[in-house]
Each structure stands twice: as C-alpha cells, then as structure tokens.
Design a protein around this ligand. Structure first.
Ligand code: SF4
Ligand code: SF4
Length: 342
C-alpha cells in the first residue's frame, strides 16, 4: 500500500520505468502530483508491471499509488479496456457467480486454494499429484486473490473485498496452501496493511514444495537441466520468493542460467496490455522468450496460470518447452516426463 511518509521524491521509480523516458526531475514531479491526488502522464503509459516497487529504495509502494490513481481518474487504457471483466469479477465476489467448490480431503491435512481459478487452469494431474495428496481442494469466484486486479484497472478490489475473501477461507477451518502467489500476498501483505485479521495458518506454494521435496529427497532424480524462470509481476510484492525458487531448483537438480530479463529486470508476461496494445504485448513476449533461449535454457518455468497461458504461443514458436513449477517437481519425482520424453 502507498506510504507517502516513506517517499522522498527521489524519482528513482519512474526514472527507471522502461515504458517511459523520464529524467529524475520529471519522475519526481509526477510522483508528487499523484501523491497530491492529481493527474500525471505516467497513468496513461503504465502497464502495471509493478517493477517500480523494486526500484524504490524506501519501500513506499509507488505502484500502488499509480494503480489507485489509474482507477480513480480512468486515465489509462487498461481501466477502460477491462471494464466488463471487472464487472463480472465483482459479481462473482459478491456471490452472483459459481458457488465455492470444495473437494474434501484428509481432515488432518491443509486445503489447497486455487483462488478464483478453475481447477483445470493448472496442468493435468496437478490435483492427483503426490505433492498434494490428501489435501482438500477449494476454488471459487468468492475466493479470488484480488491483488492481480491492478492489471485490470481494479486497484480498489483489494480494499473492497479482502475481508470477505479471507472470511470465506476461514470458514474452511483449515491451514491454507496457496497454489497461486497472489492469494498468499493477499493474506501475508495486503490484509495486514488493511488491518484485516487472517485467522488461519497459510503457506506459499513454494514453502509447501520445499518441505515436500526435502521430505522425499530419496525419491528425487535430479533433472540436470538448465531452466529459465518467468516470475509473475506479483513477485515484486514478495521478494523473498526468489530464494525459495532457487532452493526448489537446487532440490530438483536444475540450474538457472543468468539471463537479461529476470529478477529486478524481469519482464511482465504482457497480459495487462494484451487487448489494449497487442503489438507491444507480442514484442514483450518475444523478447522474453528469445532471452530465455539465448541464455541456454532448455525450458521456461512459469508459476502463474495466466502467465503460463499467455506464454504458450511464443514458447511454442521458439520451440522452448514451458513447464509449470508443480510439473517441474513432479518430473523430478518421476510422476511425469520431461516434455518430449515418453
Ligand atoms: S508499474 Fe511498471 S509500467 Fe507502471 S510505472 Fe511502475 S515500472 Fe512503469
Ligand atoms: S516512490 Fe520511492 S522511488 Fe519513487 S520517488 Fe518516492 S521514494 Fe523515490
């Protein structure tokens, strides 16, 4: 959440934004305007990649300020372009969509939350995997993780609906493992910022995978592959996720060759602009995948079903296998084969 008291108007955030060509003076001026609740040119150019939060040295969360002002002023093609989708999602969050689906598991084991995604938006075999054996599976529009709504011009969704989503999950009376990191970010970052109590234990998918892999090291056959990683933009709110990913790669015997578009310099998958600026979106996808190929990677790993779907076409075009993080673990555990192998 934007914290004006942490901002010294240094301008680092927008001076480093790759989608505008601002010097520090202009960057500083625009952040000042936004912090005063006034319009600024960045609103129209921002593609909601959240990278400016990585550039901000004080943790002021400039991305939140920008996204809030984009929605408030409507001065962004993203806000206009996704109005009908926001309406549909709001209807679901208010109980007007599909009911919550619960597939009961072992009463002693946690629940795996798929947030608002459909179960089949994750790779086939995910729900049956040993990684999640005995866990209750839950999903539904009322469990939507909210934080990603900034990519659809809906920054206000988190403050409006966070309490309701947390309450619905609390009704399960279980520990929650979030298969999508935006659900974890809602519980771990956004809810406390909003003063909302989270009355259940929760874990990030990566924490769960690390524990499972450590407990079953005798079943792991190291993959001995070089793999590039595409992080979703939400990782900018959760920098601790990077070392967790590195540990998973080490456990499954995967090397992460350095590449240009990763960590602080990572590229957005392009979904926020896919309908409002298709040319730019395709260019970003291709740069991202070409960079993964050029670093010597034998596959690209994704962690978000939306990024995974968006990157399907460009990875296929470059002949680079694309693997969801849970499948990478399943390959090392012998549950499924490396792409192209019987
Ligand atoms: S979110 Fe991304 S595009 Fe928007 S201002 Fe920040 S760095 Fe630039
Ligand atoms: S939000 Fe951070 S990077 Fe941007 S001007 Fe303020 S302190 Fe500097």
């Amino acid at each position: 959440m934007w914290n004006a008291s942490l901002c010294d108007f240094c301008g680092d955030c927008l001076a480093r934004c790759r989608y505008v060509d601002y010097d520090r003076e202009q960057a500083s001026r625009e952040i000042r305007l936004l912090s005063e609740g006034r319009e600024a040119g960045i609103l129209n150019h921002c593609i909601t990649c959240i990278a400016c939060n990585s550039y901000c040295p004080t943790g002021a969360d400039p991305a939140d300020l920008i996204f809030t002002m984009q929605e408030k002023t409507g001065n962004s093609p993203i806000v206009g372009g996704y109005a009908s989708i926001r309406e549909e999602i709001a209807r679901g969050l208010e109980g007007g969509g599909d009911p919550i689906q619960v597939i009961p598991g072992d009463p002693e084991k946690p629940a795996l939350s798929f947030d608002g995604f459909e179960f089949d938006q994750f790779p086939p075999g995910t729900m049956e995997s040993c990684l999640f054996e005995g866990m209750t599976m839950v999903r539904g529009p009322e469990l939507m993780s909210l934080t990603g709504m900034v990519h659809l011009g809906g920054a206000s969704f988190t403050p409006r609906y966070a309490e309701g989503v947390i309450k619905k999950l609390a009704e399960l009376k279980k520990e929650i493992v979030y298969i999508h990191n935006e659900g974890y970010i809602l519980a771990h970052k956004r809810a406390p910022e909003l003063g909302i109590d989270v009355p259940f234990r929760y874990r990030h998918l990566f924490e769960h995978l690390i524990d499972y892999l450590r407990d079953h090291e005798d079943r792991i056959t190291p993959l001995n592959k070089k793999v590039a990683y595409h992080a979703n933009c939400a990782v900018r709110w959760l920098p601790e996720q990077e070392p967790w990913l590195d540990e998973i790669f080490e456990l499954v015997g995967v090397e992460r060759p350095p590449r240009r578009y990763e960590r602080e310099n990572a590229l957005c998958c392009s979904v926020p602009i896919i309908t409002v600026n298709k040319e730019m979106a395709v260019d970003m996808q291709e740069k991202n995948v070409r960079d993964a190929v050029e670093c010597g990677a034998e596959a690209l790993v994704t962690i978000c079903p939306v990024c995974d779907a968006v990157l399907r076409r460009p990875t296929a075009r470059f002949g680079l296998p694309k693997i969801f993080i849970t499948d990478l673990c399943r390959m090392a555990l012998g549950e499924t084969a490396w792409p192209g192998r019987a």
